[in-house]
Write a protein that binds this ligand. Sequence first.
Ligand code: PNS
Length: 160
Amino acid sequence: MKRALIPGTFDPITEGHLDVISRATQLVDEVVVGVAASPNKKPLFASEERVALAQEATRHLKNVRVLSFNCLLVDFATQIEAQILIKGLRAITDFEYEFQMTALNYQLNKAIETLFIMSPPQYMYLSSSIVREIASLRGDVDRFVPSCVGAALKAKFAEA
Ligand code: PNS
């Protein structure tokens, strides 16, 4: 049973994340989307909200589970018996950060391999942070996020 963990803060999940997740489902038996608590990033959405949105957005993908975690990534991977970490790689700007995390995760646990899936051109410059910014300024984010996320962003900024 090959199980891959796709980790992230998912604040919120975007079409770019979904592209990576759906492509990963073709490569392994099961994909676990790991929603990191990431308290240092002061997320807009609470962990439970990010999990619920990721669950809704991946409901059509049969071999995907969404779980939250608040520990070292490699420890979470071990706990859920994932042998592979899959990350999306967008523009070259991602590389330095991903290179560092991959090297450190490998030092921490050599049994876990990290693989990268390149973003297609339409998602190269898409990020959760830019989506939050556009939504906060009442811009249209519908083409960048699944409909449940678009609705959640509208509700979040209507509160503000
Ligand atoms: O979507 P993000 O915010 O870029 O994802 C970053 C994430 C959650 C993958 C990273 O911060 C992480 O792995 N957090 C878990 C804590 C950990 O293991 N940190 C050490 C990484 S070398």
